[in-house]
Structures are given as structure tokens and as C-alpha cells.
Ligand binder design. Structure first.
Ligand code: KDG
Ligand code: MG
Length: 408
């Protein structure tokens, strides 16, 4: 069996999804997602210029060897661009494997460990009453877990993933007005004065059952993060995400020494070598690496197994930047993983998105039900894809009030 061709598509409804389609001489094809938010053309170029020409003629069933060939063969290893490109190939090869076996991928991993996988939604508010309304909407829809992000009083601009006006809904991360980023102003003291009280009020209003998550988005120093994690202990957070910049792994040690608040980290990781020390030293509770920039199912499944030895559960990144293809890969891992924790999930199911990526993965009452279709269980409609082009966009950047650059 041989790979005969592979195509790369960039575009989508309100997103620049990078979709890889690998064709074979037996008519079976596989799909992969290489979307790297706001840098989408780069994994696409890596695929088109270097990887696809090497793929042609390879046996798609040898997904392990193909992964090793690209990873070891690149010589300059790792990095989100390369790993997203390898990730798309790996997903597509697993998709082909599942279709050849006529089985959904979770069966190839070891079958189902649960009936449904708990997901969390993004509740956001320009202020606390607005955030409470947003949480209430998700609770009414049956969600068991919500991430809460709130505008901070007297902050000069809105903060991470927060709408500018009350009642706003949607994705506040990517700005498609151009390649130059907007500037957000950050003030740690204002955040630290407000957020613990806001979290406590959310807990009071929604009671003990709701799982509450909060994303600090790398903005605190280790000492500030340790104090914050300790202060919010009575809230009983499901997790505190990215309390400090991910590069400084020792920061997690200080937080751990001072607090029992569960810590989630890893959405910017792209290799087992970013995760292993945090997992083996049991400095985190949830690993957030995504199948896309983690290099695909093959390496991420290994990370999940390593995590399982150390009481670390999964909480795969599922920001709206991921296409339904990599989300499907994660749905299959979530159905299987004995140490599954939670899945970040934003409803991608607009009619346009469903038309581009038809699938029967389904979400009911805050639980994801994995598809039983062979392979990943997602299709890709090329005639729909022809409607979309690449649109330049950007994340905001963050500065302190005096102009100092800070962490987004
Ligand atoms: O591209 C960046 C986003 O994926 C990220 O900011 C989202 O922090 C995020 C999250 O937890 O989903
Ligand atoms: Mg995050």
C-alpha cells in the first residue's frame, strides 16, 4: 500500500484551519489538522514544501516509522510549527489505519473506558454580573464544568479572552483585522485584588457541584501564583491553568509547596520533553498538550501513558483554533485514556463548520459522545473548502501600564 498524494487546505468559517488530506493507492484517505493559531501558513508551508514530497510512495500503515522519519530526520527537532505539521500527518495515518481496520480509533487504542467524556465550556464576562449570566447559560445547557474569565475593574483594557461589552459571546482571541496585534494592558495587582473574590462569588452562586476552572494565561510570577493558588483553595477549583509562563518549570515547585489547588499546564508544549519532568515530579495535576502541536496521536498517547503513572490526568487543549479533525483525535483518546480528566470544548458546530467537516461526534449535557465511524470519524468537504481563503489575524500582545512587554 502506498501514499499517492497529499493536499493542504488553509481556511474555514471564521478560522484558518490547516487541513491535510492524504490519498492512497487503495482509495482510502486520511485527514489531519495542522492549525497553529495565527501562524497557520507556516505548518502549511512545511507540509507542502518538505513533508508531502517525502510522503509520496511511503506505506501509510507504518505510522510509527513515518513519525520517526520526520522527527529524527528534521535534525532541528521540535517546535510548534514542525510538530503541528508532523501531527497532521500522524492523525491522517491513524485515520487511514482505522478505516482499513473498519474500527473507530478508540478501539485501536484499547476500547472505551467511559460512556462520555466531560467537557468544559468558556464562560466570559465584561464584568462579574455578565460572567455570572454566561456561566448560568452553560449550566442551563447541562455543562458540568466551565472556565471563567472576567473583565477586571479599572483595568485599562479588557483582559485575556474577555468581551469588551456585556453580553458579548464568541472567540475574543483572534483579531482578523490584520497582522498587527492589538495591545492589552495588564496590571497584576488589580487582578489579584479582584479575581479571588470573583471566584468565591461564582462558587457561592452555583454551589458545590459545578466544576470551576480558571486560566491565568501565564501572567503571574511564581510567588504571586503561589499566593493566588493558596488564597483560592476554599473555592475548590477543578483547575488553575497556566499560572506562570510555561518555560520556567521550577515555578511549579513553589506553587506546589504552598497550595493544593490543582494545576493544569501544557497548551504551549509540543513534545514529551516539555512534559516529562513536570509529570514525573508530580508538579501538575492535568496535562494540556494538544494532539496538533504535540506531534499527533503517536507521541501524545505516550505522554498520556506516562501521566497515568503519576496521577496526572488529561485536559487536552481545545481552543477554537483546533479544527474538528484534531478535536476528533482527542475525542478518541478521551474515550480510551484510563487517566482522562476533562476536555476543553467550544461549540464549533455552526452550520458552516458542520458542512466543511461532517461528523457524528456529539455533545449532550456537557459530555462528549465519540463517533463509532471508522478512523477519526470526521469527513472534509473539498467543495465547501473552496469557499474559504486564508485571512491574516493576530493574538493581542500584552504590556504593563508603563509600556513594558508582558506575557500574553
Ligand atoms: O492561540 C492561543 C489560544 O489557543 C489560547 O490563548 C487559548 O489559553 C487558551 C485556552 O486555554 O484555550
Ligand atoms: Mg489556556
Amino acid at each position: 500500500m502506498k501514499i499517492t498524494d497529499a493536499k493542504v487546505f488553509v481556511g474555514g468559517p471564521g478560522k484558518n484551519y490547516v487541513t491535510l488530506k492524504i490519498m492512497t493507492d487503495q482509495g482510502v484517505f486520511g485527514l489531519g489538522d495542522a492549525t497553529l493559531n495565527n501562524r497557520e501558513t507556516l505548518p502549511a508551508a512545511y507540509l507542502r514544501d518538505y513533508l508531502v514530497p517525502n510522503l509520496i510512495g511511503m506505506d501509510p500503515r507504518n505510522s510509527e516509522d513515518i513519525w520517526q522519519f520526520f522527527y529524527r530526520g528534521a535534525y532541528f527537532r521540535r517546535g510548534p510549527i514542525a510538530m503541528a505539521a508532523f501531527g497532521a500527518i500522524d492523525m491522517a495515518l491513524w485515520d487511514i489505519k482505522g478505516k482499513l481496520a473498519n474500527m473507530p480509533l478508540y478501539q485501536l487504542f484499547g476500547g472505551k473506558s467511559r460512556d462520555g467524556a466531560m467537557v468544559y465550556a468558556h464562560a466570559t464576562g465584561a464584568d462579574l454580573p455578565d460572567l455570572m449570566d454566561s456561566v448560568a447559560r452553560y449550566v442551563d445547557q447541562g455543562y458540568k464544568a466551565v472556565r471563567v474569565q472576567c473583565g477586571i475593574p479599572a483595568m485599562p483594557t479588557t483582559g485575556y479572552a474577555v468581551p469588551e461589552k456585556t453580553g458579548g459571546q464568541g472567540d475574543f482571541i483572534t483579531d482578523f483585522s490584520g497582522i498587527r496585534p492589538k495591545i492589552e494592558i495588564w496590571d497584576t495587582d488589580r487582578y489579584l485584588r479582584f479575581m479571588p473574590t470573583a471566584l468565591a462569588e461564582i462558587r457561592d452562586r452555583f454551589g458545590p457541584e459545578l466544576k470551576i476552572l480558571h486560566d491565568v494565561h501565564h501572567r503571574l510570577t511564581p510567588r504571586e501564583a503561589a499566593a493566588f493558588a493558596k488564597e483560592v483553595e476554599p473555592v475548590g477549583l477543578f483547575w488553575l491553568e497556566d499560572p506562570t509562563p510555561a518555560e520556567d518549570q521550577d515555578a511549579l515547585r513553589l506553587i506546589r509547596h504552598h497550595s493544593t489547588t490543582p494545576i493544569a499546564i501544557g497548551e504551549v508544549f509540543n513534545s514529551v520533553w516539555d512534559c516529562n519532568r513536570l509529570i514525573e515530579d508530580e508538579l501538575i495535576d492535568f496535562i494540556r498538550i494538544a494532539v496538533t502541536y504535540g506531534g499527533g496521536i503517536t507521541p501524545v498517547k505516550r505522554i498520556v501513558d506516562l501521566a497515568g503513572l503519576h496521577h496526572v490526568r488529561t485536559g487536552f487543549h481545545g481552543a477554537p483554533s483546533h479544527s474538528p479533525i484534531s478535536m476528533a483525535a482527542q475525542h478518541h483518546l478521551n474515550a480510551w485514556a484510563p487517566n482522562f480528566g476533562i476536555q476543553e470544548y467550544l461549540v464549533l458546530g455552526t452550520p458552516e463548520c458542520d458542512a466543511l467537516f461532517p461528523s457524528d461526534h456529539a455533545m449532550h449535557d456537557g459530555m462528549m459522545q465519540v463517533s463509532d465511524a471508522p478512523g477519526l470519524g470526521v469527513d472534509f468537504d473539498e467543495s465547501e473548502a473552496a469557499r474559504y481563503d486564508y485571512k491574516p489575524g493576530s493574538h493581542p500582545v500584552v504590556r504593563l501600564e508603563d509600556g513594558t512587554m508582558w506575557h500574553y
